[in-house]
Design a protein around this ligand. Sequence first.
Ligand code: MOS
Length: 743
Amino acid sequence: MPPIGRSTPRVDGPLKVSGKAQYASDFHFPGMLYAVPVEATIANGRVVKLDTAAAQKMPGVRAILHRENIGKIFRSVQGPGFEGIMDERRPPFEDDVVRYYGQYIALAVADTFEAAKAAADAVRATYTKEKPNVDTALIADDEPQMVATTFGLTNRVQSERGDAEGAFASAPVKLDQTYVTPAETHNPIELHATTAIWDGSTLTLYEASQGVFNLQGILAQMFGLPKENVRVISKFLGSGFGGKLWPWTHCPLAAAAARQLGKPVKLVVSRKMMFQTVGHRPRTQQRVRLGATGEGKLVSLRHDYINHTAILDGYHEDCGESTAFHYSVPNLRVTFGRARRNVGSPTAMRGPGAVPGLYATESAMNELADQLKIDPVRLRVLNEPKIDESLGIPFSSRHLLECFELGADKFGWSKRTPEIGSMKRDGLTLGWGMAGCSWIAARFPAAAYVQLRDDGTARVASGTQDIGTGTYTILAQLTAQKTGVPLDKVEVALGDTALPEGPISGGSMVTGSMVPAVFEAADKAIESLLTIATTAPGSPFEKRKPTDLAFEDGRVFVKADGPSGGVSFADVLRRANVRLVTGSGKSEATFGNPKPKFSTHSFGCHFVEVTWQPEIARMRVSRVVTVIDAGRILNPLAGRNQIEGAVVMGIGMALLEHTSYDRQSGAPINSNLADYMVAVNADVPPIDVHFVDFPDKEINALGARGIGEIGLAGIAAAITAAVHHATGVRVRELPVKIEHLLG
Ligand code: MOS
């Protein structure tokens, strides 16, 4: 079987399990110092005095840095397109105003981590404080129709067609419900970390980053450096879930400390700080109004949502990401608002927008199905659109109906009896629920080079990252496919701004974006090889034209003679005394195209079974079938693994995850992995993942769309529907708690 489409274990697996993979905090340098930030213990107010005297005198302490002595850190600004993105724009220590609990107000630097931690704890801050606003009831702030967000100016009326209000008023069947999702915090096992080296005029950073080039541009601005003087390296990540997409304040702090002290500085964010200063998915409150005919045809859809955001920044959780195209409905209106709170800036978290958004809209569809006494799959089939009605253009490839069919079949959906609590097994009450999902598919700009070397090996390089999703493996597969070099002889280089510019590891777009770049680079390298084959003295192909030659499976041969008379490319290079040939390639972006010809998205559905024991109020997810339409799957093993991981996260989203802010102090109070619960092995049943195989040629030559995020979309709505089917309790505020079910 060729490399593409083959289930391939991670090529970087041995490095990881043997501890040889170096993460940002694994780099050590002579004379390196350790930095520990001092966190504000108020969420709203001002620092009036910092007493650093005791801390400064502690053993091993090199400096206590703060506003007065850290040196200049400039503001960065957003450029055109997607240049220079970050969610918390205010540089650290720019002023003495505290906007959220845990905001960094000073930085202790010492010879050891322990000394730095002790010194940070010994810094005394005096504040004037006001009551923080961390209210959970969200009312949209008074803002203009066009508002600044992380990605630029955005219209608060996100999508509109027909007369949604009028059609709702006259609809024979109506549903009007509000759904709430809590703040959730990314908890990758690898903590955020920076190791910074300031070497005269150049700054090198080892950073846990999902976007090294974006970070490079921002740091160049913050320190007033030429861009080429900043190098960011992020070789391995212990995942990120979106939390590591954009820079956070610890990173310039570490760089500034390295500059001030003339030594390499390491700063590792603590688990508690992970809840305060490096983003979270914001709380959302979403009102969904559906109008339908008695037969279940949608006539009106309104989705009006609010997300909380930070005081200074403009994060928009795009809950309407898929609302406007997911169903056929002539009258629609999607709007958003934001409510400012004394919290650190929210940021993108796996499936940003679509995940909470589809929880709301898919829950509403499930409730409408119950109201109409129609099967929820049938209700969706009835409202399946033929085109993207929000843009008036066709879908590049949409096979959601095939997903429903396969999913229902694998799950045994036809055996469902709709009455509450009507299904039993082994003394347990069963609940069955389902939901659909979608996620954007597009390409970012991407560049790569491929080298073929005289020892028969190849190297592929691009400054994108592998956040654990399998980018090393996919790039090896793409290169092996094109060059015939076996997978274990393909070297992959990622995560370094010294490499050709690669995309952020975000939006599930890396694989789709890299395909054209790697393929073009490999083609160019082969072209160069064939030129050498026809020009090098003594070459068996000397005096032939490159167009007479072919390259297949690592061998060069005369087209007319067929592959049997061929020579390996390593031989061609060695005979010519050439160590390597290099080809460069790039992909153009489709993301952000203002006039697309096709609407490009991935689709899918989840079927979920829960078991319910009312005697002991025990609710478990006992079975999941997920079917995904993501174009062609390049590595079914890695692909299935992404969907399984997302479903596990979805079980956590539905039943466990939430960040609580203390009303008095404004602190995230469950800021550790014991109190912030996520689904663990014992919570996770068998997950049966299937892909429908419809290559999407609008995305790339292989037809491969992304799979990193879609598995988390829709799953919470399927679980809450199953909970309702088992118990009769309709939970519209996540997570589902035992208290809800006892009522
Ligand atoms: Mo994903 S939240 O776009 O890293």
